[in-house]
Design a protein around this ligand. Sequence first.
Ligand code: GLN
Length: 490
Amino acid sequence: MSLHTLTVAELAAGLKARQFSSLELTLHFLGRIERLGPELNAFVTVTADRALDDARRADELLAKGEGGPLAGVPIAHKDIFCTDGILTTCSSKMLSNFVAPYDATVVERWRTAGTVLLGKTNMDEFAMGSSNETSFYGPVKNPWDPRRVPGGSSGGSAAAVAACLAPAASGTDTGGSIRQPAALTNLTGLKPTYGRVSRYGMIAFASSLDQGGMLTRSAEDAALLLKAMAGFDPRDSTSVDAPVPDYGAELATPLKGLRVGMIREFFGEGLDPAVGKRVQDAIEVLRANGASIVEVSLPALPLSVPTYYVVAPAECSSNLSRFDGVRFGHRCDSPRDLLDLYKRSRGEGFGDEVKRRIMTGTYVLSAGYYDAYYLKAQKVRQLIAADFARAFGEVDVVIGPTAPTAAFELGAKTSDPITMYLNDIYTIGANLAGLPAISIPCGFVQEGGKALPVGLQLVGPHFAESRLLSVSHQYQQLTDWHRRVPDGYA
Ligand code: GLN
């Protein structure tokens, strides 16, 4: 097997055993990024010098038998995480000149664990999108079929890991932006419980929904990276002060006795039958290995898309007011007065989707509409959370597809925002309820002469990351979908 198809766990073990050096590994990945990166457009910034420095430092520590658990393992960060001294754009013209003066907690923690930073990945502008087509830096291509999208908003992270340009990458998930791209590119993508991972230094989109996580080749890798990333941070007032379990040690929990609830509402209209079939097959694998499967109904869940598209824009309109041409980022040329400065800087700096969200958000928060839209959405959000809580009285995890279809073609949904929004119909509920959720590869469908990956989604109770990871790991011991690499990238 070549170095670039190995998992983080395998790479960390190989580095500790001195089978290869971090410098060797890092040069290998930088070479692939140079050769294969441009056609995918997965990176906004490649940090080659920083990567080589990190690698040399890791090798020195490894030579002394020291270094963190991930010493010398290369990774990439979504360009939403602030990186000290490195361009941090959120794929927006607004921040196209922003060099962050500090590291996000996620960046700092992965660095402390010993990782090597390869670069910053492309994304939908301010994480608003499901296809990576709203990026100021242009769309990202899906390595399984370059005519198709990799999903979004963590599309660059997904394409980079799927094409083996990085062993793992960070992502953020406000309404599905880790899980949906993971599903569309055959990766494992974990969105932790809200509050499990610090949001400090993660550029805010919708603060009550945003959560950092990762895209990896296996559940085992997600466990290792979550352990390194999670935990209380006094700089994020919503980060939860609860001990971080040893996720890796709990992966061996058997499937026997696991109670799985199939979400009835996720298998109806709108689900591509071929995708549904793959998901059903995966559920049968769990059943055949000792899990009991029942159907559960979450009747308020179909309201999650309209609820999200009130709550998320409301919060985004407030968060993005800081980009005013004065304090951060883009400023228009020769403003006539202060109002002109604000108007033109924001008009020029933001793309269409971001403007659409700011306008919707401002509207639903305005006097007279607040009760009708924003307050109503908050109430429905409680109903959705209550549905999940009821389900978790009966079952350990709930299960269904991650996305209604496999990867769609570039441009297929760009002229119709509502169709684009509906691609997140199965992922948004977990964000509204603050629950942990994971997407894992569960097979392929044939479309346009290409094999396209399908994702299986598991959602668990708050702080049940260990359970999601162990079920996923057990499934990955029984199947090899997650080890498949797209043609031309093996
Ligand atoms: N696709 C959803 C949106 O456009 C979710 C994005 C995300 O999770 N960041 O808002």
